[in-house]
Design a protein around this ligand. Structure first.
Ligand code: C2E
Ligand code: CA
Ligand code: CA
Ligand code: CA
Length: 279
């Protein structure tokens, strides 16, 4: 869209208009998506170093638009966020993920944990605590098997308020993780003030492994800091056995990524669980 020449500027504004129009349309469609049942969750396994078994899954949202087909969360979550629709959608995600965890626990996979993403708007919204509490109670699952992921950049927006909310969520007995860690410029002195359980090393650092020595150093530093503060560490975006080996040598406790499995629908994940988890 950044064509040069005399007509460049004109072209650029037209493009912006189209993009704005598309955003408006997306938002309109998003308003109906919940009641039209257009959302679904897919689940990506998390594998632990000690046993190399699946010990958890992350719930990832998918939107099947009736005309446009599958729309990526990277595209619609920001729209859901800016419009406020994320609060209702996010509540649906929490309840659906808790419901699915109950089903898997009933099938005998009682050790399985469920990681759920929270957006900024959702996190700073009053009803969140009640929503989480209700989903856990309605579905009768152990709160310790539910994990909430918030991004590092979200945490740094309002540090004091974030710490207070995290403490409140903690009282429900659930686990808390920092997503996309390493991208949000948080200072280490702050990190220890957050009541966290786990740090997720951002995919961008993992993708440079094993060849990029800077990424290697960063990953090693993150793991060392996390362990010294008593947090567990999971690496996201693990795609190759070489990455896995290096992370294992550095004692990264858990892994998630295409090397093990793409995010997949319930039935496929159930099959994976049957193969990779002792009942
Ligand atoms: P995220 O929380 O960092 O989730 C990980 C993303 O990395 C997922 O993309 C996943 O499919 C992808 N991924 C997993 N393993 C690999 C790998 O080995 N290589 C590569 N290249 N990618 C991998 P996805 O599902 O498209 O989600 C994108 C983002 O959308 C998520 O990033 C998260 O920020 C957001 N999102 C997804 N579901 C939800 C949700 O229910 N609520 C909220 N608030 N945000 C969500
Ligand atoms: Ca886990
Ligand atoms: Ca996540
Ligand atoms: Ca992430």
């Amino acid at each position: 869209a950044k064509e040069s020449g005399r007509s460049g500027y004109q072209f650029y504004t037209e493009q912006m208009h189209v993009d704005a129009q598309q955003l408006v349309e997306l938002e309109q469609d998003l308003r109906h998506a919940l009641k039209n049942d257009e959302f679904t969750l897919v689940y990506q396994p998390q594998v632990e170093l000690d046993t190399m078994q699946i010990t958890g899954v992350e719930a990832l949202l998918r939107w099947y638009h009736p005309h446009k087909g599958l729309i990526s969360p990277d595209k619609f979550i920001p729209v859901a966020e800016s419009s406020g629709l994320i609060v209702a959608i996010g509540a649906w995600v929490i309840n659906q993920a808790c419901y699915q965890l109950r089903l898997w626990h009933d099938l005998g996979f009682e050790q399985l944990s469920m990681a759920i993403n929270l957006s900024a708007r959702q996190f700073f919204q009053r009803d969140l605590l009640a929503t989480i509490k209700k989903s856990i109670a309605d579905n009768g699952i152990p709160p310790a098997k539910v994990e909430f992921e918030i991004t590092e950049s979200m945490m740094m927006r309002n540090i004091e308020e974030t710490i207070a909310i995290l403490h409140q969520i903690k009282t429900l007995g659930v686990q808390l993780s920092v997503d996309d860690f390493g991208t949000g410029y948080s200072s280490l002195s702050y990190l220890k003030r957050f009541p966290l359980n786990k740090i997720k090393i951002d995919r961008t650092f993992v993708s440079g492994l094993p060849d990029d020595s800077d990424d290697g150093a960063i990953v090693e530093a993150i793991i060392a800091i996390a362990h010294s503060l008593g947090f567990t560490v999971i690496a996201e975006g693990v795609e190759t056995v070489e990455q896995l080996r290096l992370l294992a040598i550095k004692r990264c406790g858990e892994f998630q990524g295409y090397y093990f499995s793409r995010p997949c629908p319930v039935s496929e994940l159930s099959t994976l669980l049957l193969e990779h988890l002792p009942k």
